[in-house]
Structure formats: C-alpha cells, structure tokens
Design a protein around this ligand. Sequence first.
Ligand SMILES: C[S@@+](CC[C@H](N)C(=O)[O-])C[C@H]1O[C@@H](n2cnc3c(N)ncnc32)[C@H](O)[C@@H]1O
Length: 276
Amino acid sequence: MKKKYNQAPLPFMGQKRKFLNKFKEYLMTCPTDATYVDLFGGSGLLSRAVKDTHPKARVIYNDFDNYKQRIEAIPATNQLLMDIRSMIGEMPKDKRLDQALKNEILDRISKETGFVDYITISSSLLFSMNYATCFEDMAKSSFYNCVRLSDYDASGYLDGLEVVRMSYRELFKKFEKKQNVLFIVDPPYLSTEVGTYTGYWKLADYLDVLTTLNSKQYFYFTSNKSHILELCEWMGTYTDYSNPFKNAVISTTKNTMNYNSTYTDIMVFKGYTTTV
Ligand SMILES: C[S@@+](CC[C@H](N)C(=O)[O-])C[C@H]1O[C@@H](n2cnc3c(N)ncnc32)[C@H](O)[C@@H]1O
C-alpha cells in the first residue's frame, strides 16, 4: 500500500499542511498531463500532493533547502533518537534535562560521522518551535524531554518527483516559455525571521516573485501580514499595472501563534478557467 502524506515526513516550518485539502480540490480542476513546477518546494509536500493527484503529470520539486538530504538521513536520525530515548529513560514528558544528561546527549551526537539532521533532532529536544541547524546552536540551547516515540518514515515520498536545487529565478526561466506549465509559488514570509531556512526576504524580493505569476496558471501562497494582495489590487486600480490576482480564487486559513496573536494564511489559485 502506498503511504499517504498529509504532512511532511520530517519537521519543516512553513509546510502547507493546512491547505492540503483545498489545494488538492483545486488541483482536480487542473490538467492531468501538465508540468507542475514547485518553485519554492520546501518540504516537497505540495509536489507530493500533485504527483498523487495527477500521476501522469511531470512534477519538478525545487529542493532549495536540501530536504532530500534529511530524508536520506532518516535511518541515522532514527538510530540517534533511539539512543537518546534510552539515555533519557523514564523522565516525564517536557521536563527540562539537567546539564549532565544534556552533555551525554551532545557527546552522542558529536560521535556521528555523517550528516546530522539537527532540525529533526531539535524537535525532539528543544522547546516547541525552536530549531538548531548546527551542533553549536544545539549546545547553546536548553534540552527538554520531547523525544518522539516512533521512528520517522518517508517511504515513497520522493517517488516520481524530479528533484532539482536552484534559485527559483533560474528554474522559472527554464519553464516560463513552455506550454502547459503550472507554477506553484510559495515564497518565504515577507520580512519575518525565516527560522531554519536561509536568507531574509525584503519587500523587493517579495515583489520580484510576482513576475512569475504572469503565466496563465498558478498557485500562490502568502499571508495577510504581507498585504501583497491589497497592494496589487490598489496598483491595478490606480496605475497601469496589471494585477496578477485579478479573477483568481482565494482561500484562507487562520493560524494561532499564541493566545493573543493570529494571522491568516492565503492561497491564491488561477487555473485555465477562473471558476472552480
Ligand atoms: C514557505 S517555504 C515553502 C514551503 C513548501 N511549500 C512546503 O509546503 O513545504 C519557502 C521555501 O523557499 C525557499 N527559498 C528561499 N529562497 C529561495 C530562492 N531564492 N529560490 C528558491 N527557493 C527559495 C526557502 O528556503 C523555503 O524552503
């Protein structure tokens, strides 16, 4: 039985898990034989959903963060977590680990000779939503017992996907003039701390991405914090600018950061036809 993925198999901040059902619903109205280019592939969750929905489609997953390397490291990550579990023993969940135990765990991690998936290990040891990307960051953080109890498994996750790794601009250039191409455009959040992935996205970077939406069909993701839809609507109304979001379909989902802060994630879809 082929495994179904409703979320990325390894922790990934910004994965579009909450949009998955709506995304698949819109996908059903898209061509089965098109080329789908996931310009900001992240965890690859959207690419996976495309391939599962349209097995005959060509799906290009831009793995800018080298998530594939993390997937390939799953056996080593599972072994590491198994050893950490046995070091922690019967301690209550979420309890802070003392320095001696932390040192013991760090010592075990330092014995790894190959790639270490610090992001995944962080989600088992650091305070919720905190991630380290190297040994030094890990050593600076407090450890808690939030160790995952089961093994990670990503079997079949990359099957049928064409994995590439380059800037979205370069990838867009390769496909922008081709026929029957649909772009999936999910850039990093505007001017926010982008946590585990590289780079800081300024307004100019964010606006540059809009040039990829001149193609006929796309999925575009943003949040109400960016105000990009309002900006484009205003420019479309008061200037000669052609608003790329005109006649597109918009879906939203609310996210709670903590008890007094929420924001709305937005998915914009434009297909061959404007109605879904
Ligand atoms: C919001 S995430 C995409 C999440 C993805 N859709 C998912 O469901 O997992 C944005 C991704 O764009 C990547 N990125 C940043 N700069 C990029 C660039 N110049 N070209 C391509 N990808 C880039 C980030 O590292 C991050 O993985």
